[in-house]
Every structure is written in C-alpha cells, then in structure tokens.
Design a protein around this ligand. Structure first.
Ligand code: ADE
Length: 417
C-alpha cells in the first residue's frame, strides 16, 4: 500500500525520471552491471531522501538490482507528488507527499521502517534515529546504512559518541566524489536556481550574505560572485573565515552583515544563524532563505514574534512586516534548492547516487565484518566513481610511471642509494 497524493500525476513524474536517467551515466553503468548480477536479491532497502526525479531513478536502480524498495521523503517540501506517483506505479512502495505536516512526515517514516529493511539510505538522520528509538526490535536484521549529508553525519557521530549507534553507517557525504561536487557545485547552482525561481529578481549588483563557509557555503558564494553580487561571509570557524577572505569575500559578524545584505543564505548546519536580534537591523526588502538540511537556521519563531504570521505574496515567498520594513522569507526557511527548485543537477547527483549504490553494495559484501560505527567509503570506490565519470565524458588522464611510483615510495634524496 502506498501513501501518495495522486496517482494520476504519474505520467509527468515518469517524464522527469526519464530526463534524469538520461543525464546520469555513472549510475547507468552500475545499473547495467547490477541488473545482471542482482547483488541485492532478497534484501529490503528503505530510503529516506528528497523524493525528486534523480532519487527516484536511483531507487529504481536498486530495485532492478534485486531489492524490494520502500521510500519516503526527507523533507516535507521536497517531495514531488508526480515523481512519487510514477515510482508507486512502477512497483516501488512510496510513503511521501508534498507539504506533509510534522505528524504525516513521521507517519511516512514509520511506515517506511515497517518494511523491516536490511539496508538503509538516509538524508539528515531522521530514519536512522527512528530505527534506533521506535524500531529497536528491527536492529538485529539491519546490515547497515548510508548517510547522504553533513547534518546526518553530525547526528550519527553524536549517536556513536553516546554508544547509541548499533549499525554500521557509511559516511557517503565524506567521499570526495560527494562533497567536492554535490555540496560545492550542486548546492552552488541549485540554491541560486531556487532563489531565482522563487523571486524572479536580479542578483547582479546585490549584496549577498552567506552564513557558513563549508563546502556548500563555498559553492553558494562562488556562484553569487559569478552572478555579479558582492559577497559577505559570516563564519564561526577562524580557519574557514581566513579561507573566505583569501577567496576574496568580505567577512564580518551577522550583526554587521544584517544591516547591509540584500539576500541572506544560511548554510551552517546549526540553528539560529539568523536570529531575533538580526531581523530589526535588516534593510527593507531583504530576502532570507536557508540551504541547510533543517529549517532551524533562520529563527522563524523569533521572526513571527516580531512580525506576526507573515503573508504569502508569491509561491514560496512570505512577507513579514517589522515597522516600516518588509522582510521576505523563501520556502518557509526550508531547503530553498529543493522546496523552490528541483535540487542539484542530474550530472551531480549521478556521482552522489552512484556512491550510495556502491555503499549499499559494500555493506552487503562486508556483512558481519563492519563495526556499528560511522565508517568511510573506501578510497577505491571514490576513485571508481570518478573514473567512470571521466570515461562518460570521454576524458582520459595520465597514470604514474613505474619510475614515478618508485620516487614517491622512497625517502632518500635524489641520487643517493
Ligand atoms: N536531490 C536528491 N537528494 C538531494 C540532495 N540531498 N540535495 C540536493 N538535491 C537532491
């Protein structure tokens, strides 16, 4: 039984999935191999990810590799009902719809875990947290899982530090082919797509404030500059702050940036990057949005305490009035790139989702040998995905000669024996 909004939307969803598939060559190459070998035969896989077309295609690849797949969304505003309908029609069990309330969101995760999974893919840590609280009796049958995001890894490491994590979890986010491309170029592009679709306003000449200079923040700032904006970075980590300065951005505390910014983007992974003290300082017309996993980075409660419930003035835009000034919040402070756009480009998710499928395969191959901990995906897997991406693009690279390998393996100065 599926929990979807409207099965009549399936044709539109199918078109979206086909478009994504045609731009995901690495995942296609894995699909080709795995559909013959069927490495996941007899296994149940539960997925909690942003339920849009690229995710749907990966779910199909896992299903075609032999697994029984149940999927839910990892954010109430990122599920696309047409994609959910297409997947359900295709024999994958779906529990997700756009605009789920907190209770519905939890219910969808709950239903997903009722499938008694052997393997999991999570984005943000909600599914794994629920497994360890409401479904502890299922833990012994779980081979392990894979986590997609920085935020999810924070939570898993907190669980591991308390001794609460009971299954091996692969840190897909830490793979190079994930964070270097997905976090930087994926977020860098999709956040601006979300902002531009939501507002239809110009970026050139504006002052953009980016809170958080991790890989996502770096990408958002880089693309802001490319669009002609002046960029201010707010950071708490002194090393990242120096990096932002060296990258040519202005760096200052949020209390100063609040007075001059036109567009604010939070990507810190923590709560309250923009809080009650900052809103009254902002200019009339300031636009606020979030690209961190949870809607906690902009303090909406504090904003509502100052300005009331706000008024929808455009799809994905709410206006809040403070005195004479209007401040605009995009996508309710949820991930603007997924709530107001379609998430990262397909060619980027190709890398991330090839890593996810490889992570499940690694868990399956190493069943019984892995500790209940947060574990890296081996470097060889990262390199395999990178090589396939290069091959798909028709790009060849050099390899080390025997002499170069010898040189790198020796420590004595050149010319000595
Ligand atoms: N599409 C599916 N998952 C995504 C993610 N974590 N970020 C951006 N786009 C996505």
């Amino acid at each position: 039984m599926n929990t979807i909004r409207d099965s009549a939307l399936a044709p539109e969803g199918r078109l979206k999935i086909t478009w994504a598939r045609e731009h995901m060559p690495v995942l296609n190459s894995l699909a080709k191999e795995f559909s013959v070998d069927k490495p996941f035969r007899g296994l149940r896989v539960a997925i909690c990810l942003h339920l849009e077309a690229k995710t749907a295609y990966m779910a199909k690849v896992i299903r075609d590799s032999g697994a029984e797949v149940t999927i839910t969304g990892s954010n109430p505003l990122s599920t696309q009902d047409d994609v959910a309908a297409a997947l359900a029609e295709d024999g994958i069990t779906v529990h997700a719809w756009y605009g789920a309330t907190a209770e519905e969101y939890n219910d969808h995760l709950h239903k997903t875990l009722q499938s008694k999974p052997h393997l999991l893919i999570d984005d943000g840590g909600d599914l794994v947290a629920m497994l360890h609280t409401s479904f502890r009796e299922h833990l012994p049958q779980v081979l392990g899982g894979a986590e997609e995001t920085t935020t999810g890894l924070h939570r898993l490491r907190a669980m591991a530090a308390e001794g609460a994590l009971k299954i091996p979890m692969i840190a897909v986010n830490d793979a190079y082919c994930k964070h270097l491309f997905d976090n930087r170029y994926g977020t860098g592009q999709s956040v601006w797509e979300g902002i531009m679709r939501a507002t239809n306003l110009v970026i050139a000449g504006k002052t953009v404030v980016v809170a958080g200079y991790g890989w996502c923040g770096k990408g958002v700032a880089l693309r802001a500059r490319g669009l002609g904006a002046r960029v201010i970075v707010c950071e708490v980590d002194p090393i990242k702050a120096v990096e932002a300065v060296m990258d040519g951005h202005q760096v200052m505390p949020m209390a100063e940036a609040a007075r001059v910014g036109d567009i604010f983007i939070t990507v810190t992974g923590s709560r309250g990057a923009i809080s009650g003290e900052h809103f009254p300082l902002m200019k009339n017309g300031a636009i606020l949005c979030n690209a961190g996993h949870f809607d906690v980075e902009i303090d909406k409660k504090a904003l509502e305490a100052l300005a009331g419930p706000g008024q929808t003035v455009r799809r994905n835009v709410k206006a809040y009035t403070i005195g004479e000034k209007k401040i605009y919040l995009l996508a309710e402070g949820r991930l603007v790139n997924l709530a107001a756009a379609d998430g990262h480009p397909a060619e980027i998710m190709d890398l991330s989702f090839a890593l996810q499928v490889e992570a499940l395969y690694y868990l399956y191959r190493n069943y019984g040998k892995l500790a209940p901990a947060v574990l890296p995906l081996p470097r060889e897997v990262d390199e395999k995905v990178a090589r396939r991406k290069l091959a798909a693009a028709g790009i060849a690279i050099d390899s080390l000669s025997a002499g170069q390998k010898d040189y790198l393996a020796s420590w004595k100065p050149e010319g000595t024996v």
